[in-house]
Design a protein around this ligand. Structure first.
Ligand SMILES: [Zn+2]
Length: 495
């Protein structure tokens, strides 16, 4: 795979700096593993609660952490990437109690659908997916240990709670202290809990087959404990990077820190990374606002290649305000890359330009952007400028395609570091035509249809039938397509 050869020319081992949500500062990333070459990096990103079809927010989060993982791999860090699936949860139980579905079948189907979408989005496969249903005894043992150490208590009702008062630094991730938090929850006082801030580690529940026996009776784990217990099982007590969407910062990640650090007595995650949230046309995506789009539908509508490109063009910590206009505005930029790369048909057999001053400068600038807290939009600006230089050199005839091919190969490989340019030009054009037609509410044009209209126009112009050629231009424009004439022939852009 091209990524491997990209690895071979990475420039001086400049340090990556990462914004740590814990403390709110950017700092040099230091792997826990002291190995000087290819140190192991343990990375965990909270995953899906498969109670329904996954939505665009799941895809956004998936692509963002895949992009970060890919760059760490490019930087020769041996990333061990683990993600959980919360297949035991209140929402799942409530749903199957109404629908009478088998919870295991339902959650498996929704999980498989999500990872099929991630595959279409060109995300690297997850090495270890941990499911709550597969870690029942380990989760119980983890809770038992917290009870034994005095950090948790069982109630006569058969529930177990984490005792927040035993953890002096509770609230350090979300910058809140327990007295502030206490003010906000005072009204929810629950007789069973010692403090309203205490959260459930184990819930008594006999309603579905998802429950299991425990020292406290039949029940199931609370939401937060699964991540702490599964990370302990698969990665150990301390990890390098813990990621998730910003909406998980409090209480989920705060509670994970409390549980894991109470359990081990040491530090849990070195770096906490949070991806910005998804808005749709300026509003939070929700079923009640009727702006909810499933990931399957979103990929059908926008196309996987364009979706990934749009995500990469925004910094992972920024909120993504999704709209048809945003995708429409990015379509030409993505097509420009694909069109240029398509002009070099034998790139597989070409080595990237890593030695010329221009090639070195592009690599330096690309890595400089990505080393700075994975600034993919800035890295894409570097690639866009380089693309324009290559296109200009080729169009002007100053250099031949053969001379420019190593540069084009470098462009392709650096794009692949971000997981981009995996689709063919034909497919990106076809998907773009479909998207524009849906946005404008017109009949979709095919690539063949556009080509034949472009040919008709060329013939009309050749026979000086300018009214016919103008008519064709107007017809295409009404359908969001503009013809571009060049020495190499006519092609199109989206208006
Ligand atoms: Zn989690």
């Amino acid at each position: 795979m091209a990524l491997k050869s990209a690895n071979e020319y990475r420039s001086s081992p400049r340090r990556i700096s990462v914004y740590n949500s814990l403390g709110g500062e950017k700092a040099a990333f230091e792997p826990l593993d002291p190995a000087p070459v290819s140190p192991r990096v343990k990375m965990y990103v909270c995953g899906l609660t498969p109670q329904d079809h996954s939505h665009l927010g799941h895809g956004l989060n998936g692509v963002r952490f895949d992009l970060i993982r890919r760059y760490l791999l490019y930087r020769r860090l041996d990333v061990q990437f683990v993600q959980n699936v919360t297949d035991v949860d209140d929402k799942i139980i409530n749903k199957v109690l109404t629908t009478k579905q088998d919870p295991l079948v339902m959650t498996r189907d929704f999980t498989d659908e999500f990872y099929r979408c991630m595959d279409r989005l060109h995300a690297l496969p997850i090495e270890a997916i941990t499911r709550v249903t597969e870690y029942g005894p380990q989760i119980v043992r983890f809770i038992e240990s917290l009870v034994a150490r005095g950090f948790a208590y069982a109630t006569p009702e058969g529930n177990v709670y984490f005792d927040v008062s035993k953890k002096a630094d509770y609230g350090k991730l979300s910058n809140q202290n327990t007295s502030m938090l206490y003010e906000s929850v005072r009204k929810e006082l629950d007789k069973e809990k010692r403090s309203p801030l205490d959260f459930a580690l184990w819930k008594r529940d006999e309603s579905t087959a998802l429950s299991q026996p425990s020292p406290w009776g039949i029940g199931r784990p609370g939401w937060h404990i699964e991540c702490s217990a599964m990370i302990h099982e698969v990665l150990g007590d301390q990890i390098d990077i813990h990621g998730g969407g910003l909406d998980l910062k409090f209480p989920h990640h705060e509670n994970e820190i409390a549980q894991s650090e109470a359990f081990s007595g040491g530090k849990f995650a070195s770096v906490w990374m949070h991806g910005g949230l998804l808005n749709i046309d300026g509003q939070k995506m929700s079923k009640s606002l009727n702006n909810f789009m499933t990931l399957v539908d979103g990929l059908e509508h926008y196309g996987a290649a364009l979706f990934r490109f749009v995500v990469a063009r925004l910094h992972y910590r920024s909120a993504l305000d999704l709209s048809d206009k945003l995708f429409r505005d990015n379509l030409n930029a993505l097509l420009d890359f694909h069109r240029l790369l398509a002009r070099f048909p034998d790139l597989d057999r070409v080595a990237p330009d890593t030695a010329s001053p221009q090639g070195r400068a592009v690599i330096e600038a690309f890595e400089g952007a990505m080393d700075n807290d994975f600034n993919s939009p800035e890295a894409l600006v570097v690639l866009e400028k380089f693309r324009a230089q290559l296109a200009q050199a080729l169009d002007s005839g100053k250099e031949t395609a053969q001379q420019l091919a190593p540069g084009a190969r470098l462009l392709l490989e650096l794009g692949q570091v971000l997981g981009l340019f995996f689709d063919s030009l034909e497919s990106v054009e076809e998907q773009g035509l479909g998207l524009i037609a849906r946005i404008l509410g017109t009949q979709p044009l095919t690539r063949g249809g556009v080509s034949s209209l472009i040919r008709d126009r060329a013939e009309a112009r050749a026979s000086k039938d300018f009214s016919r050629s103008d008519e064709i231009r107007k017809e295409l424009a009404a359908r969001g397509v503009e013809i571009l004439d060049s020495k190499a022939g006519s092609t199109f852009r989206f208006v």
